[in-house]
Structures are given as C-alpha cells and as structure tokens.
Design a protein around this ligand. Structure first.
Ligand SMILES: O=C(O)CCC(=O)C(=O)O
Ligand SMILES: [Fe+2]
Length: 319
C-alpha cells in the first residue's frame, strides 16, 4: 500500500470482513496491518455503531462540560490522561476519562460521582457505546495478530488484560489573542485508540512529514496506534504524531470521543517478529501502566519518543 499523503486508507468492518472463515477476513487483516505500518492509523467504516447511538453519545457528553468545576474535579486518577483534564497550556481543551470505561461498573461509578442524583441515560449510553468501541478494538487486535501469524492465544491474553480508558473531550474555539492549538502534537501512549468526533480538527502527520485532516463522518471512526503497539510490533507499526487544531474562525465547539487501550499484562515482542537481520529485537518487555508513570518523569517528558527511551534496546532507539 503506497502512502498517499492526502488520504488515509479505509478499512471496512462488516459481517463479511469480520467472519474469520471468509476470505475477506484475511485480505482485510493484511490491508489493516499495512495501514498501521504505513500510516499508523486508518479510517474505519462500520455500521457496528448506529448513527443514532453516536449522536446520542455526542449530545450526552456535553452534559459533562456544563457541570460546576467542583464536581468536574472529583473525577481524579493517578494515571496520565485519565481523570479530568484542563490545562493552562492548552486552554481550549477539556476532557473526562473513565477508567474501565468499557465496563458497566466503571461507567456507573463515574456517573454516580458526577451526577449524584443519577443520570441513567448517560450511564447506559456511555456503556453501550464504549463497549462497541472495545469490540472494534478487539477486532483490530485479532486482525493484526493474525496478519503477523502470531498465536491467537497471545492475542486473547492481551485482550483479557486490557484496561480501557474512555474519554469525552471538548475543544472550544480560540478567543481573541489565543492560539488555535487544541491539543499539542503528540504520539499516543495507549496501545490503540478508536476516535469519533463531530467537527473537523484532528490532524495527523504522515511519515513523509505531510499532515492530513480527516473529515468527521457518521459512519466512520479513526483507529490510531500508539507507541506501545509500535514497540510490540518491534518497530513495524507506526505511532503517528497528531494534534488537534481549531482553525475555523466561526464560534464552534468540537466534541470528540475515544476509547484508549492499555495492557496490564507484560507487553513483549513476539518471537515471530524478531530476526537477525532487519528486525533484531528493538524493545525489551515492558509494563504499559509503569510506562505511563515514566512518561510523567522529567526524563520521560524530555524524550522525543518515550517508549524508545523507556525500553528501547539499542542505540537505534536513542533520541
Ligand atoms: O480529540 C481528538 O480527536 C484526538 C484526541 C487525542 O489525540 C488524544 O486524546 O490523545
Ligand atoms: Fe492522541
């Protein structure tokens, strides 16, 4: 698949492509893996999540941002990017994260905390929506493992250990004198992210340095690989730098939703992905939750590619 800077590859998940005994599974798996290697992301077209559910979720997420600040800050977490976030350095951006967001327990305790008098519709919708996103995440994992010829049991081990962070994000338009940057350029510290939004703003840097600007659509998501997935693949999968910019001059608010995956189990490069030539072992086994803590240290913050300085093997990994 030749990289095309203006367009991301589109991968379709439907009953045909998701049936392992159908030939379409294999061709889709290879295309998906190629997309992650060349672009680090792709557009996922699927009817797995109805547009009604997506609209309802995007609408309900707005309720969170109307809460008083003293309620918002109750959503705390020790993990980077979880909890509630609003930073002076990125004043347009605000987010809420749910730890264990694809489970009813996690979603319920978040709802109880933020809406003490109850918000059944929010809880049920968020759980239903994020659970579907977690199923998409599982399918992506299975296809990647399958395409590399890595044992499905290893994939199950990883999926079973996944801690999901569901995140509700809001970007307001800049006021006079403010910059347009909603979220600064970064590569994700999650394994995978499944992203959804209602207004354009996500910008992804390609390997050749050009940026692409995916258009939101009610029938597509963006699936994006993070640094830990790159390490697991021994450097094959790309973890693209991306950012959010509020370029429009109109008074506009951008809402986005995402499900981010983190492995509790040790992440280890599969033997299949190591050889003596091009793919000597580039990353030592690591714990992704410990890696998240490392990212907040001075060394982690100063590093150009945190996963390489955390567990990269050779000088090829140094910044
Ligand atoms: O808001 C978005 O679309 C992207 C958010 C993002 O990149 C992140 O939370 O890491
Ligand atoms: Fe990101």
């Amino acid at each position: 698949m030749a990289p095309n800077p203006n367009q991301l590859p589109v991968i379709t998940f439907n009953t045909k492509t998701l049936n392992r005994s159908n030939g379409a599974w294999q061709s889709t798996s290879h295309a998906l893996r190629g997309a992650l290697e060349n672009y680090g992301c792709f557009i996922l077209a699927t009817d797995k999540v109805s547009s009604d559910l997506r609209d309802t979720m995007l609408e309900l997420a707005k309720d969170l941002f109307h809460l008083p600040m003293e309620t918002k800050v109750k959503n705390t977490s020790d993990l980077l990017g979880f909890g509630y976030g609003k930073y002076a350095s990125m004043p347009l951006w605000e987010y809420f994260g749910i730890e264990g967001g694809a489970t009813i327990e996690g979603t319920q305790s978040f709802t109880d905390l933020l809406f003490p008098s109850g918000h059944k519709v929010f809880c049920e919708t968020a759980f239903q929506y994020m659970k579907l996103l977690s199923e998409i995440d599982h399918c992506v994992m299975r296809m990647v493992f399958d395409s590399y010829g890595v044992d499905a049991k290893e994939c199950d081990r990883m999926i079973d250990s996944t801690l999901y962070l569901s995140r509700f994000m809001k970007y307001r338009s800049p006021r006079e004198g403010e910059g347009i940057m909603g979220l600064f350029p970064h590569s994700d510290k999650s394994f995978l992210a499944v992203l959804d939004d209602d207004v354009k703003g996500l910008e992804i840097k390609m390997k050749n340095g050009e940026w692409i600007y995916p258009e939101p659509s009610p029938s597509t998501f963006i699936v994006l690989a993070g640094e830990p997935f790159m390490a697991w693949s021994n450097g094959r999968i790309h973890a693209p730098v991306h950012q959010v910019a509020m370029r429009t001059s109109e008074k506009e608010v951008r809402n986005s939703l995402g499900l981010f995956s983190f492995m509790r189990a040790t992440v280890e490069v599969p033997e299949k992905l190591v050889d003596d030539e091009e793919h000597y072992l580039q990353f030592m086994p690591f714990n992704q939750i410990e890696f998240l803590k490392y990212v907040t240290t001075e060394e982690g913050k100063a590093s150009k590619c945190a996963i390489k300085s955390y567990c990269g093997v050779t000088s090829a990994g140094a910044d």
